[in-house]
Design a protein around this ligand. Structure first.
Ligand code: PMP
Length: 360
């Protein structure tokens, strides 16, 4: 093949960021909602689709969607930036505030895409550690500021894949310590006891990133957004591709917000199920970490996590093997599913651990 077709230096991108997709009955590996959105939402969207001017480009500024999100959060539409999944929001943030000669601070273990996007945008990465319980370590945030002067500091709350949300006082402290923009990734924000949305203001270097992929049951639509200072949103808008958000998605995102009560009911049901999973884990030979999200991190107390993952797949249950992530050797992450899926998971785990004992 021509040398011209070789990609530029891959900056350690590896195989990219993917969760392996395996054909199983019970898929609890990507933190989606186990429930579809309400039928009434699907009907409302179908009705609106009939009126979409498909021959025309969509509203480039997604004004109606941003106004609806503004109403939801009590902010101006100019404070809302929308994109194709919160991943594109994060990428646009790094295209805008990162890049060569700049650094982003991440605190491991955390959502791997933050550093992946850092590499992709050629932003230097400053990698700090979390505390033993995986909460943010403010000493590390201070060290990042002193050593790297990061243009972007990532706070993932609740943190994927460990599950805990940061207390408000910690995020306030990060805002004091971090020299650049603080990005609070709240992909699982509705499961948490509080939201950093409360702290957003025109003169605060904070953006809060949210997604439709989890609590809104719309992972297929690929829609995410952030709330932050209007001046930041204006800079992000200058970096995205023209008409990056299609008309169908804009309508879907706007209509979904009519069904907020249903979303909240799903969140409550998933929290109940999370409790039931933890009660189940308590009876098994695993260690687990408290969760403010729709997933739980756990590890077998004896034996190998990777082997356990394979035994669960044999029983048609797919969880995420996060054993390769920093400090998570042997750990697995299970997404909270429907009651039937969670029963299947607990039964498969019981058997798989038992098989492990027999193998000893
Ligand atoms: N942030 C975190 C912490 C996540 O776990 C995920 C989903 N894995 C995302 C962002 C990306 O979500 P989206 O589907 O909106 O791109």
């Amino acid at each position: 093949m021509s040398a011209l077709l070789s990609p530029s230096d891959d900056q350690g991108l590896g195989a990219g960021y993917h969760s392996p997709q395996v054909a199983v009955d019970v898929r609890l590996n990507t933190n989606e909602s186990p429930y579809p959105p309400p039928r009434a939402f699907v009907h409302a969207l179908a009705t609106e689709l009939a009126d979409v001017a498909f021959n025309r480009y969509p509203d480039r500024e997604a004004r109606e969607l941003r106004a609806a999100l503004g109403r939801l959060h009590g902010v101006d539409p100019e404070q809302v930036f929308v994109a194709n999944g919160s991943n594109e929001v994060l990428q646009t943030l790094l295209l805008t505030y990162g890049g060569p000669g700049r650094r982003a601070a991440v605190f491991e273990p955390t959502y791997a895409l933050h550093s992946h996007l850092g590499r992709l945008t050629r932003t230097g990465l400053w990698v700090g550690e979390r505390q033993p319980d995986f909460g943010l370590d403010l000493g590390e945030v201070k060290r990042a500021a002193a050593e790297a002067d990061p243009a972007v500091t990532f706070v993932c709350s609740p943190n994927n894949p460990t599950g805990g949300a940061e207390p408000r006082a910690v995020v306030e402290e990060v805002l004091d310590l971090a020299p650049g923009l603080v990005v609070v990734d709240e992909a699982y924000g509705q499961f948490a006891p509080w939201s950093a949305l409360d702290l957003v203001g025109p003169d605060v270097g904070l953006v809060v990133v949210r997604t439709y992929s989890k609590t809104w049951s719309m992972a297929a639509a690929r829609l995410g957004y952030l709330v932050g200072p209007a001046a930041v949103v204006a800079e992000l808008e200058r970096r995205v591709l023209p008409y990056h958000l299609d008309a169908v998605k804009q309508a879907a995102g706007r209509l979904a917000l009519r069904f907020t009560a249903e979303m909240e009911a799903r969140v409550a049901a998933i929290k109940d199920e999370r409790r039931r999973i933890l009660d189940g884990l308590d009876r098994l030979a695993v260690e687990w970490w408290p969760s403010d999200a729709n997933f739980v991190l756990f590890r077998p107390t004896t034996g190998d996590g990777r082997e356990l993952w394979a035994r669960l797949v044999e029983r048609s249950v797919l969880v995420r093997d996060v054993g390769e992530w920093p400090r998570l050797s042997g750990c697995l992450r299970v997404t909270v599913g429907t009651p039937a899926e969670n029963d299947a998971f607990l039964a498969a785990l019981y058997e798989a651990l038992d098989q492990g004992q027999e193998d000893l």
